[in-house]
Write a protein that binds this ligand. Sequence first.
Ligand SMILES: CC(=O)SCCNC(=O)CCNC(=O)[C@H](O)C(C)(C)COP(=O)(O)OP(=O)(O)OC[C@H]1O[C@@H](n2cnc3c(N)ncnc32)[C@H](O)[C@@H]1OP(=O)(O)O
Ligand SMILES: CC(=O)C(=O)O
Ligand SMILES: [Mg+2]
Length: 367
Amino acid sequence: MRSAKDFFRPLAVGAPDPLREIPARPSRAIHFFDPSNPKMAAKVPDMVGTVDVLLGNLEDAVKAENKDAARDGLVRIAKETDTLGARRGPTQLWTRVNALDSPWGLDDLTTLVTEIGDVLDVIMVPKVEGAEDIHYVDRLLAQLEAKAGLDQPLMVHAILETARGMVNVEEICAASPRMQGISLGPADMAADRRMKTTRVGGGHPGYLVRQDPADGSEESIAAERTTYQQDLWHYTISRMVDACVSNGIYPFYGPFGDIADTVACEDQFRNAYLLGCVGTWSLHPKQIAIANKVFSPSVEDVTHARRVVAAMGDGTGAVMLDGKMEDDASCKQCLVMVQLADQLAAVDPELKKQYDAIEPVSEKAGA
Ligand SMILES: CC(=O)SCCNC(=O)CCNC(=O)[C@H](O)C(C)(C)COP(=O)(O)OP(=O)(O)OC[C@H]1O[C@@H](n2cnc3c(N)ncnc32)[C@H](O)[C@@H]1OP(=O)(O)O
Ligand SMILES: CC(=O)C(=O)O
Ligand SMILES: [Mg+2]
């Protein structure tokens, strides 16, 4: 571990200074596309402005024989789409590179940083297992940034998709000032943990609790009883959120592979939103609207939050609103909601219209 004094020093001569703070950019949906797929690639320019993040995926879901074409395709798209990237327009440009132990990871990093390092915002690194993976990427990026003459450092986002990564999640988050966030990789995580599932994210009907039998008799045990499906990912997401927030970086849910089941997708996204995630992945264009809806506070929540903040004045003490006690702590929760709404309204005109239509609040205390 570097000393606190050295933590913000560039890791290569000529590399830009590391960021002191990770920018809080709206990132409700990270939309994945395969740059080697001509149909998907053709849609990218028109998607700028309709989604917070476009991510050129080079890793899983891209066929081995298309790896070079995907990398080259992303370089071309970034160069030709002059509104793409946070420095040039409303939509960030991220990439997911191949794993560090794969035959393609080194070429991905080398090519992307030197060719489009001034356009890319975040590099997502899959299958991160410990701080050593981030340290390797950190130094290599500094060398490449220096070589490319970049004046801003690239940020790094890790995917949490192994048991060892989970055990080391706090040190991964703290490993570099480049760390921007973490996403859950539920499919690889399930495989690595030897979970007996076959899905890409979401719940499982077999993971449940059952109502007690009425009286312990054989009949009552065999009788129909209510069951409640439980959330397979609660522990993982909660721990990821704590690790990210305690290190000043951002937690994200990941993929929901059942593209047709838009209802369960919305549920999974909302669970993550309620637990503290700031965004999620979109694998198909129809998941973008779901993510944008779920990760934008509802008009009802913003209305309530603004009322509480107004009623709390300087934010201290206790007041009654609608029969409920509000104090410093509930006011802080409401401020999270109000600030997120303000941040999203600045980039989403439709949301701004909805939030602006909320009646202004004047009450100072008790109602
Ligand atoms: C576990 C993990 O690692 S998850 C992350 C890796 N996985 C991915 O990135 C998957 C990305 N998504 C996809 O590959 C595709 O969406 C699939 C395979 C899931 C479905 O693809 P299709 O069967 O072609 O979907 P569908 O027929 O509904 O597509 C409709 C249109 O949207 C396009 N489209 C589909 N997905 C995307 C996308 N992610 N981005 C842009 N356009 C897309 C299709 O090309 C098609 O275009 P067309 O109307 O010009 O023919
Ligand atoms: C997201 C991802 O890569 C996974 O679930 O494995
Ligand atoms: Mg994976």
